[in-house]
Structure formats: structure tokens, C-alpha cells
Design a protein around this ligand. Structure first.
Ligand code: ADP
Ligand code: MG
Ligand code: MG
Length: 199
């Protein structure tokens, strides 16, 4: 069973890996965007960890709803509302249970990913975060490690794609040949599930 502490660890592990990878995420956002993806997420996840510390939410749902709200209010770019919606909607789907099972979490995350698609109008194949998130959700039934591998492979698979949503889409065919920064950070988010369960 996954409790509020697990979800807190998920968020702090994500914050730590976003810190580690910030330069790389910003470098990926440089040729096809505005070179802010790393700093956007660093600011956002720093706010998430600070809010979790201060408010001490006591259920899995409350942890993710608070985290999502922080991302929406502190990240200016497209990724803030999208990641914020992912976490908030996943948290809402978990309800007020003190602990949730792996299957319930997988179902809730699917609800969150669907909400990202509804908000941004993107689908897999458009070279966005969804190219990592959708395969991850599909693999989640096989465990966190399988989901992390699927997300990482999904991020790499954006390189030959033409971006159809977000800033990168302004480049048209010139967006081909670049790995999507949001798909790359989504792979970090999913990998952080493995780290949270190892601790
Ligand atoms: P901005 O583009 O506003 O500077 P970021 O650089 O923080 O925001 O985030 C860019 C990432 O957001 C992209 O790499 C892509 O993965 C994701 N993204 C942008 N638009 C969409 C969308 N409509 N649907 C899903 N993901 C999107
Ligand atoms: Mg950007
Ligand atoms: Mg920006």
C-alpha cells in the first residue's frame, strides 16, 4: 500500500532529480523552445517541497492536490498548468483514502494523464510530455521500474518526431531531431516513483 509519506517522497525525489537535470532540461528547450524548462520545473518543485513541508497534508490525494496547485501557481510556462493538472487530477481521483493500492494509483494516474490531454489537446506522437506519460501509465501494471523504462524510451522516441503542440511546434519540420524537454522531465517524474519506493 502507498501512503502519504510515499507520495511525499515521490515529490521530493522528483525535486532532487529536476535539480540535478535542470541544465540538461533547459539545454533541450534551447533549440526548439525558450530555454526555460529546467528553471521552470526547479522553481515549481522547490515550491512543492516547501508547501508539503509547511502544510503536512495527511493523505495521498491531499499531497498530490497540493503539489499540483503549487506547480500551477509558480510555473509560468506551459508545463506548469500541464504538470499541475496531472498531479491535481491524479490526487482528486485518489479521494481521501489514507493508503492506496498500486492498481488504484495506476487508475488515478490514467485519469491525470487524460486530463493533460484534455487541457493541452495533444496526443502521443505530437512530441510532448504525453509521449513519456502515456506509455508509463500503460506499463504501470508491471511495476514502477517498468513504467520508468517505458517513460525513458518514450522520451527518446520523441527525437525523430515533428512537434505538433507547444512552442516547438512553431518550428514545423525543424523541430525534428530534438528530444522533447517535457517528455524528458516526465521520465524523471516516473523514475522518481522507483526512488520513492526504494527509500
Ligand atoms: P514553455 O514552452 O511555455 O516555455 P516549458 O518549457 O516549461 O514551457 O515546457 C515545455 C514542454 O511542455 C514541452 O517540451 C512539452 O513537453 C510540453 N507541452 C507544451 N505544450 C503542450 C501541450 N499542449 N500538451 C502537452 N504537453 C505540452
Ligand atoms: Mg520553455
Ligand atoms: Mg517559457
Amino acid at each position: 500500500m502507498l501512503d502519504a509519506d510515499f507520495f511525499r517522497r515521490w515529490m521530493t525525489a522528483t525535486a532532487a532529480s529536476v535539480d540535478r537535470e535542470a541544465e540538461n532540461l533547459t539545454a533541450l528547450d534551447s533549440p526548439i523552445g525558450d530555454a526555460d524548462h529546467g528553471s521552470n520545473l526547479q522553481r515549481g518543485f522547490a515550491a512543492v517541497t516547501a508547501a508539503l513541508e509547511k502544510e503536512q497534508p495527511q493523505t495521498p490525494g491531499a499531497v498530490l492536490i497540493l503539489a499540483g496547485r503549487q506547480l500551477i501557481s509558480t510555473v509560468g510556462g506551459a508545463s506548469g498548468p500541464l504538470y499541475g493538472t496531472l498531479l491535481r487530477r491524479t490526487g482528486k481521483a485518489l479521494g481521501d483514502a489514507a493508503e492506496v493500492g498500486a492498481e488504484q494509483f495506476a487508475e488515478a494516474l490514467r485519469t491525470g494523464v487524460d486530463a493533460v490531454m484534455a487541457l493541452g489537446g495533444a496526443a502521443p506522437g505530437d512530441a510532448t510530455m504525453l509521449d513519456a506519460l502515456v506509455p508509463a501509465v500503460e506499463a504501470l501494471g508491471d511495476g514502477f521500474a517498468a513504467a520508468a523504462t517505458a517513460a525513458r524510451e518514450g522520451a527518446v522516441a520523441t527525437t525523430p518526431m515533428q512537434a505538433r503542440k507547444g512552442r516547438a511546434s512553431y518550428l514545423g519540420e525543424r523541430s525534428i531531431g530534438h528530444q522533447d524537454p517535457g517528455a524528458t522531465s516526465s521520465a524523471l517524474l516516473v523514475q522518481a516513483l522507483v526512488e520513492a519506493s526504494d527509500e
